[in-house]
Design a protein around this ligand. Structure first.
Ligand SMILES: O=C(O)C(=O)C[C@]1(C(=O)O)C=C[C@@H](O)C=C1
Length: 359
């Protein structure tokens, strides 16, 4: 076949592919309406796994690799998710990193509601005002967000998903301001911490606030010309502000991990994690005994974190993430023995592992 003929063939195929993709997306939209009517969670990782496996099995017969079809289907499913409207609450103002995480995870069609505090995010989901809450859990440079952990302990909400987001901080000021004229910098303490080197070099006075994008909004509303905020490029665009410096993080590999919280956790997807919180008896080897069960059963621990119980001084709760779903046989059989070694034990949820270290 000549080049022209081959290209004509591609054009014909594309016509069919596009028509079929459009039809597939519109079916996903109808499924979204059905789910909303029945209060079913929009994202179904188990079904997504089956869809992908099905596509892989057909593709290999047609001479396509599993990697090739997986790349295409990840995009198709992501777009299908975006056709299904989800309501999600986040802490901060429009332009916050949590909002970006929510839109990335649930799709740009989802309705993201800004909340003043993390407590409000929990309340909105608990009261049924929104389907999900997107909360930051830990940052790869500054560590855990302790308030999120403390709130999860008290709440009945469950972890239904996780997403890692690359954090690219900018220094943002009012239009007309210059870097030389900046005296004070406003932002969330985590963001000030992640850009400490840059900020100290320029001898700015640091003003901690409750969120990054809210600081940009404050500068705008008050017309502050000698102040700047550490926030995302998106926050600068939303409020029509000027970027004075880009990529000001101490460590360019700056990621934040977020949890999507809902009324229940996610069904098994085949590649999951489980988060639990527990306390052990005050006796030698108590934590070791607990961890030994995981080691013996070859359950891979991905994170451990301790927080004061705040009931008694120097007593701690442990937060643990491990690979596997609580319904997977290996985990299901380990749970009673794990629980036996604790004073209290709570499953925060099982959810599909984030697809990447950060987007
Ligand atoms: O089957 C569904 O429940 C759908 O919503 C469709 C679909 C898909 O595109 O295949 C999209 C999102 C869900 O997470 C699972 C699958």
């Amino acid at each position: 076949m000549s080049l022209d003929e081959l290209r004509r063939r591609i054009d014909q195929l594309d016509e069919n592919i596009v028509k079929m993709l459009a039809e597939r997306l519109s079916i996903a939209e109808s499924i979204g309406h059905e789910k909303a009517a029945g209060s079913t969670p929009p994202i179904d990782p188990g079904r997504e796994r089956k869809v992908l496996d099905h596509a892989i099995s057909i593709a290999s017969a047609g001479g396509m690799t599993s990697d090739e079809i997986t790349e295409i289907y990840r995009s198709v499913i992501k777009l299908a998710r975006q056709r299904q409207e989800v309501s999600v609450a986040f802490q901060g103002e429009a332009g916050a990193y949590s909002e970006a995480a929510a839109l990335d995870y649930f799709g740009s069609r989802s309705v993201a509601t800004a909340c003043e505090s993390l407590e409000d995010v929990f309340k909105k989901v608990e009261n049924g005002n929104v389907q999900f809450g997107m909360i930051p859990i830990e940052n790869s440079v500054e560590g855990s967000i302790s308030r999120s952990y403390d709130l999860m302990l008290e709440s009945d909400l469950m972890v239904a998903g996780e997403i890692n987001l690359r954090v690219n901080h900018c220094l943002i000021g009012n239009p007309g301001s210059t870097l030389d004229g900046i005296k004070r910098v406003y932002s969330h303490p985590q963001a000030l911490g992640q850009t400490g080197h840059f900020l100290r070099q320029l001898h700015f006075e640091l003003i901690p606030t409750s969120d990054t994008a809210g600081s940009v909004k404050l500068l705008k509303e008050k017309g502050i010309m000698n102040g700047a905020a550490v926030a995302s490029e998106r926050a600068a665009a939303i409020y029509g502000m000027k970027i004075l410096a880009r990529d000001i993080m101490d460590n360019p590999n700056n990621f934040t991990r977020f949890f999507a919280l809902g009324g229940h956790d996610a069904p098994p997807s085949g590649d999951d994690k489980t988060s639990v919180v527990f306390a052990v008896k005050h006796k030698p080897g108590a934590l070791y005994d607990f961890l030994r069960i995981l080691a013996e059963r070859k359950i891979n621990l991905t994170k451990i974190e301790s927080r004061p119980t705040r009931k008694k001084a120097w007593e701690y709760n442990f937060y643990l993430d491990f690979e596997g779903h609580r319904q997977d046989e290996k985990i299901l059989f380990a749970l009673p023995s794990l629980e036996e070694h604790t004073l209290f034990f709570k499953i925060l949820g099982s959810y599909p592992k984030a697809k990447s270290e950060g987007n």
